[in-house]
Design a protein around this ligand. Sequence first.
Ligand code: ADP
Ligand code: MG
Length: 697
Amino acid sequence: MSSISDMFGSFVFNDRVMRERLPKETYKALRKTMAEGSTLKPDVAGVVANAMKDWAIEKGATHFTHWFQPMTGITAEKHDSFISPTADGNVIMEFSGKELEKGESDASSFPSGGLRATFEARGYTAWDPTSYAFIKEGTLCIPTVFCSYGGEALDKKTPLLRSMEAVNRQALRILKLFGNTQVRHVTTTVGAEQEYFLIDREVFLKRKDLVYTGRTLFGTKPPKTQELDDHYFGSLKTRVKGYMKELNEELWKLGIMSKTEHNEAAPAQHELAPIYCNTNIATDHNQIIMDVMRKVAERCSLACLLHEKPFASVSGSGKHNNWSLSTDTGVNLLEPGSSPHENAQFLLFLCAVIKAVDEHQDLLRISAASAGNDNRLGASEAPPAVISMFLGTELTEILEAIEKGSAYEGKEKVDMEIGVHTMPKFPRDNTDRNRTSPFAFTGNKFEYRMPGSNMSISCPNMILNTITADVLMEFADQLEKAEDFKAELNSLIRNTIMKHKRIIFNGNGYTDEWLEEAKKRGLLNLPTTPDALPYFIKEENVALFARHGIFTRTELQSRYEILLENYCKVVNIEANTMAEMAKRDILPAAMKYIKFISETIVALKTALLSADRFPEEEILSDLTECVSKLYKAINKLEADSDIIKDKETFLEKACYLRDVIICDMDSLREIADRIEEIMPSEYYPYPNYGDILFSVM
Ligand code: ADP
Ligand code: MG
C-alpha cells in the first residue's frame, strides 16, 4: 500500500465503504439505526451482511466472528467460516443478515457471577452498529454486545452503551435550559493513553512469573533504573522504532489514529496515545490496541507487558483516560467559552463533574480496582488510592471567587457574576500540569489517571458517564422548576462549589502529607480492591445504577462477584507461581552455590591450612541462613494457601488473600531477593531486572 491515507481504515467497513457499497436506501436506513441506536429491519440487515461479506472476501477474509467483551476483560471471538455447503457438493460463501445481527454463544465458559445459576447457560451476541466492523488476521470482526437470554448484560459494552444514553438524556435537558435546541445528541469522548513495557521475548520466556502472571514476582533493583530521567522522552532505540512503525501501520489499517508515541519514565517503558473519539469506539479501539500491541511484539521477537506493575520499585503503567462531553454540533462542553452565556454553561458542566467525583469517590475507585492495579496505586510514580481532583490555580481561584461572591483577581480584576461576565482566560499550557493527580482538568477535558494499563476502559467510563448523568439530572430537575433561571443557576453553582470543594487538590498527590490532609477532609482511602468492591453493591449505588437503567440489582451483584472472584484468581495464581519458582528454581540454585562454596572452603583449608575464617565462610553462613528462611517461607505460603478453600464467600477469600497470602508472598520475595543479591548471576536461575529492563538495545 502506498500512502498512509490509502492505508488508513483500509480494513474497516466504515462510512466511506458503506456509502460506496450499499444501495442508497440501505445506507440511509443503516445510518439512521446508527444515529438512533434502534434495530435494523431484517431485509436491510441482509443487504448489509452481503456487502460486508463481499468486501471482506476481497480483502482476503475467510471467516467472520462476533467480537465481544466478556467480563474476563479481554475480547472474545468465535470464528465461523463464510463457507456453506451446497446441494451439489460444492461450497458458496455466505453470510446472512441474521448472522450479522445476532449470534448464539455458550455463555457457560464466561464469568457470569451467579447469573448462570438462575438463567440459561446460553447467551447471545448482538451487533452494535455504532462501532464499525473490521478485518483482523483474515477474520471479519463484528463488534457486538453479549447478554444472557434473560437480557442481562454479561459484557462490558452493554453497560457502557447504556451509560452513554444516560448522559445524552440528561445533558440534552441542560442544554435546552440554556436555550440550545439545535443539539440532537451529546456523547462522551475519550482518548486513552496506553502505557506499556517492551522487553526481549527470549528474556521474557525465561521468567515464569512474567509468562504466568504478567509481572515479576522476584527481583532486586538494578544499579540504575530511572534516576537519571534519561529514558523519558529520550530518543527511541532502533528495535523499538521498528516495533512502533509496524504497530502504527497495523492500527492505521484498523482505522485507529495512533498519534503520539514516546518513551515513558522507566527504562523499556513507552506510551501510545490515540486521537480521541466517542467513548464506545474509543473503548473498542483500546481493546484492539492492546491485542495488536501484543501480537506485533511477538512478530518482532519482543514481549509487550501490559501489566500495571511488571517491576517493583520501577514506575508502573496506567491508562490515562482523557474524557469530555461533546455535542453532535461539535461543541466540547468542557471547553471554557468566550461569552458570558457559554461560560455559565461551562461552569455548570464543570460543577456537575466536581460534584459527581466527590459524591462517588467509591465508584471511581472501584472503576480502577484490580489485583494488578493494587500493586501500582500508591507506589512509586503513581496516583494514590485516594480520589481527588486537580483544577489548576487559575480555575480554582475563579471558583473561589464565585463561591465568595468576590472579584477574581487574576491578570485583570473580574467581577465573577455568572452569566454576566466573560470568564477570564486562563492559561492551558503544560506548566500548569499536575501529573500526580488521579483526576486532572487539562483545559477542556479531564484526565483520569488511575485506571491500570491492563484494564478495559469500559468500566471507568461507564462510571464517569453514570455519575455525571446523575448529577446533571439533579441539576436539570432543579433548574427546570426555577422561576428565575439565572438566580437559580447562580446559587446552584455557588452551593455546589461550597459543598464539594474538598475534592479539589492542586498539590503533589504522591506525598504522605496529602494522605493525611485527605483524611482530614474526609475523603475515602480504599487502598486495596477488597476494600473498594463492597461499595459497589451499597443500596445507594444499586439505586443509582437502576435510576439510569445501567444495571439491575442482579446485574450489579453479578459484577461484584465477578470482580472479587477475578481478584482471588489473580492473587492465587501469583502465589502458586511464586511457590513453584522458589521451590523448584531458586532454592536448588542456592543449594548448588552452597555446594560450590563448601567445596571451595575445603579446598582452601587443605591448601592453606589456615585457621582464619575465610570470606567464603561468611557467604556460606549467610546463604545457608537465607536458604533455611526461604524454605520456611515457601512452606508457610503453601500451608496458608491450603486454607483458602475453607473460606466461603469471595469477599472472605479476597480479604484472606490480601491479609495473609500477599504478606506471605512479600516475605518470600524479601528473602529470595536477598539470595539473588548474594549469588553470582550465573547461579541465579532467571534473568535479573537489569537483564530484563535493558534487554532491548
Ligand atoms: P497531552 O496530554 O500529552 O498534553 P493532549 O492533551 O493533546 O496531549 O491529548 C492527550 C489525549 O487526550 C489524546 O489521546 C487526545 O486525543 C485526548 N483528548 C484531547 N481532547 C479530548 C477530548 N475533548 N475528549 C477526550 N479526549 C481528548
Ligand atoms: Mg496526557
